[in-house]
Ligand binder design. Structure first.
Ligand code: ADP
Length: 183
């Protein structure tokens, strides 16, 4: 049973590393960002509610995110674990996740924090913006995503540090080396 959280500032490479971990441990990747983008594409009610906040680089409401995750982890492919990519991003999400884990009679193994300096993350995202088609990959919105990360997600890291399951990985190495230091 492997339940892992992967966090890091925007542009840290969470998605790439989460895919590796997902393959290595044969556990599904639960990316709240990907799920929200899929909802927007589908034009679902959730997508409509999330769209403007995401485009502005803000965080989607805890209620919506918790519902999304709660439904997802109840699916049969999650019985042997999962990797949370970009969740929990607020203290409230972390707190509620604890409750969900208890209810499922399971617990988290570790939180991996992918560390990347702020200017590197801006540079990467601006570069990605040229081809990603992501409406939030432009400088003004990137700065806001970083601000949200610093204000709301850093306390989440502290929460898991206090629980003793916090691991830090240097995200500015090559993709392969980052992967090696994670596993
Ligand atoms: P990045 O880390 O590069 O910003 P993500 O794909 O993880 O990319 O997230 C994109 C956007 O989706 C965020 O800026 C936010 O608006 C929303 N989002 C994703 N996950 C969460 C979450 N757990 N809580 C609140 N908002 C979220």
């Amino acid at each position: 049973m492997m339940r892992i959280i992967l966090l890091g500032p925007p542009g840290a490479g969470k998605g790439t590393q989460a895919q590796f971990i997902s393959k290595e441990y044969d556990i599904p990747q639960i990316s709240t960002g990907d799920m929200l983008r899929a909802a927007i594409k589908e034009g679902s009610e959730l997508g409509k509610q999330a769209k403007d906040v995401m485009n502005a680089g803000g965080l989607v409401s805890d209620d919506l995110i918790i519902n999304l995750v709660q439904e997802r982890i109840a699916k049969p492919d999650c019985v042997n674990g999962c990797i949370f990519d970009g969740f929990p991003r607020t203290y409230i999400q972390a707190y509620i996740l604890e409750g969900l884990m208890l209810k499922l009679n399971t617990s988290l193994n570790c939180l991996i924090s992918l560390n990347v300096p702020e200017e590197e993350s801006v540079a990467r995202l601006l570069n990605r913006g040229k081809t990603s088609g992501r409406s939030d990959d432009n400088e003004k919105v990137i700065r806001n995503r970083l601000k949200e990360y610093n204000e709301k997600t850093l306390p989440v890291l502290q929460f898991y540090r206090d629980k003793g399951i916090y691991v830090e990985v240097n995200g500015i190495d090559t993709i392969e080396n980052v992967n090696l230091s994670i596993t």
